[in-house]
Design a protein around this ligand. Structure first.
Ligand code: NAP
Length: 242
């Protein structure tokens, strides 16, 4: 039987890249989305055709609504790996960040993923080698003005991985964070051409990452041979910042 991964945020650009790599590597997938069903439905149809021996399911869920969690968990059978690749940011001065925005960032990036880890721990422990990967951010390590609350919850993902990794190590589960710098995805659509040029000039590799260059490290962490790395944050930044 193939191994199964739950990708939270499979409709996002990094999530889609991870899904393509993992499907090609033989994984069965639960493809989560929030508002955009089309990309996951297209991947599902494509994968079913290309990889008929694997299973592909889709599921919708709002990470800011924890009341539906058990309904989601009830849809899952075998889960060997969970990838948290969902979430948004808010731009602006911290003093103007509202309590509602703070709550949503906390729920999306930390609270609901933590609740999911609790509920999936038995399934992950039953796996030969369970894997949890967060897509964090370089801002979780170095912080960013105008994204103070986002930087805080991204840093909390690394802190959670660091602690939880120690608690579940004896169960064969590893917990790590892949922390990208700037990735060319929808998340950065707000940047105009001038801002993108300025950003590129700060990055030693002189460009943003492609989503597949981030997904590469997610896929690598899911391999059996990645078993001795846990509690770590890998900064995939093209040499930028951290
Ligand atoms: N792009 C970057 O430069 C960059 C850098 C560092 C870290 N990251 C992190 O990488 C992860 C993926 O980002 P991306 O660049 O791939 O962005 P993206 O293409 O905009 O994808 C965002 C994903 O988050 C999902 N999502 C948004 N709000 C949600 C909610 N309330 N509940 C459940 N899912 C929700 C979206 O689902 P729907 O589309 O279905 O609504 C989508 O799957 C995020 O955690 C982000 O913080 C990105």
């Amino acid at each position: 039987m193939s191994r199964s991964a739950l990708i939270i945020g499979a409709s996002g650009d990094i999530g889609q890249a991870a899904a393509r790599q993992l499907a090609a590597a033989g994984w069965s997938l639960y493809l989560h989305y929030f508002q955009h069903a089309t990309p996951v439905q297209q991947m599902q149809a494509d994968f079913i055709q290309k990889y008929p021996r694997q299973d592909f399911f889709t599921l919708a869920y709002d990470l800011t609504d924890e009341t539906q969690l058990d309904q989601i968990i009830g849809q899952l059978f075998q889960v060997d790996a969970v990838i948290f690749a969902a979430g948004t940011t808010t731009y602006g001065l911290f003093k103007e960040t509202t309590a509602v925005q703070l709550e949503q960032l906390w729920e999306m990036h930390i609270k609901t993923p933590m609740l999911l880890c609790q509920r999936l721990s038995e399934k992950l422990a039953r796996s030969d080698y369970g894997r949890i990967v967060f897509v964090g951010s370089v801002y979780g390590g170095s912080g960013s003005a105008l994204e103070v609350a986002y930087s805080t919850v991204k840093g909390a993902q690394s802190a959670f991985a660091n602690a939880y990794a120690r608690e579940v190590a004896s169960l064969g589960i590893t917990v790590n964070v892949v922390a990208p710098g700037a990735v060319d995805t929808k998340m950065n659509q707000l940047f105009d051409a001038t801002a993108k040029t300025q950003l590129r000039s700060e990055i030693p590799i002189s460009r943003m990452a492609r989503p597949d260059e981030v997904a590469y490290w997610i896929s690598a962490l899911l391999k059996k041979d990645a078993s001795y790395l846990t509690g770590q944050t890998l900064y995939v930044t093209g040499g930028w910042r951290k």
